[in-house]
Design a binder for this molecule. Structure first.
Ligand code: CA
Length: 224
């Protein structure tokens, strides 16, 4: 999961970065509205935007308006001051999916982040089932036939991206975009290695990750 945080309060941003990275997400941070706008225009593989409305240079509402103006359906969680009711309402009217008023608990924010990214992927429960494979997004564990799988953070991240797109082709570039924050280098070759390891652990029974040569991978649909 790849998250962009647009927040100019460095202390709050650091707390968000730490807590979301600890929960397994790849997280990038910008501190102004113009940077947020530029990042959203150049990278379309974010799974969620956490947007402070009171941003310097370009107001958060403008960032949101421009994003929706480009036709993006990216889930957006806005952060507002506790007393900024009018701003919050405008944010929701401009197409934000949820809001949190400052100050808020990181635990609650994490739960809302999980709910929003699930909704963005068209999944309604925090548990994703794929035949005998069960992935618990909140607990960050996966099992097959009730037996817990020992997966690294990268393998788990990869599995999450594929599970949210069953039957659809996911390119190596897309996988890199969803798994890596800025400054992290993961080559296409490394993705091949992760896929190879993941396959060895999950391709039991009917589960298959198909390779589409030169294009990417696809977690195959199961026969009913
Ligand atoms: Ca602010």
């Amino acid at each position: 999961m790849r998250i962009l945080i647009a927040e100019d309060d460095q202390v709050l941003a650091d707390g968000l970065l730490r807590s979301l990275r600890a929960s397994g997400a790849a997280v990038d941070h910008v501190a102004s509205g113009t940077e947020a706008d530029a990042a959203l225009m150049t990278n379309t593989e974010f799974d969620l935007l956490i947007l402070d409305l009171g941003l310097p240079r370009l107001h958060g509402l403008e960032v949101l308006r421009k994003l929706r103006g480009r036709g993006s359906a990216l889930p957006v969680l806005i952060l507002t001051a506790a007393d900024a009711v009018e701003e919050r309402v405008r944010g929701l009217d401009y197409g934000a999916d949820d809001y949190m008023a400052k100050p808020f608990s990181l635990q609650e924010l994490e739960a809302r982040v999980r709910a929003l990214t699930r909704r963005g992927a068209g999944v309604s429960s925090s548990t994703i089932r794929h035949g005998p494979l069960v992935y618990d997004q909140a607990g960050r564990v996966a099992s097959i036939d009730g037996k817990l799988l020992e997966l690294s953070a990268r393998e788990l991240g990869l599995l999450e991206v594929l599970l949210q797109r069953v039957g659809r082709l996911v390119s190596k570039d897309q996988l890199v975009e969803h798994l890596c924050q800025w400054g992290e280098e993961v080559s296409n070759n490394a993705i091949e290695v992760y896929i190879h390891r993941l396959r060895k652990k999950i391709e039991k029974g009917p589960i298959r990750i198909a390779t589409v040569r030169g294009l990417g991978y696809c977690l195959e649909k199961l026969q009913p």
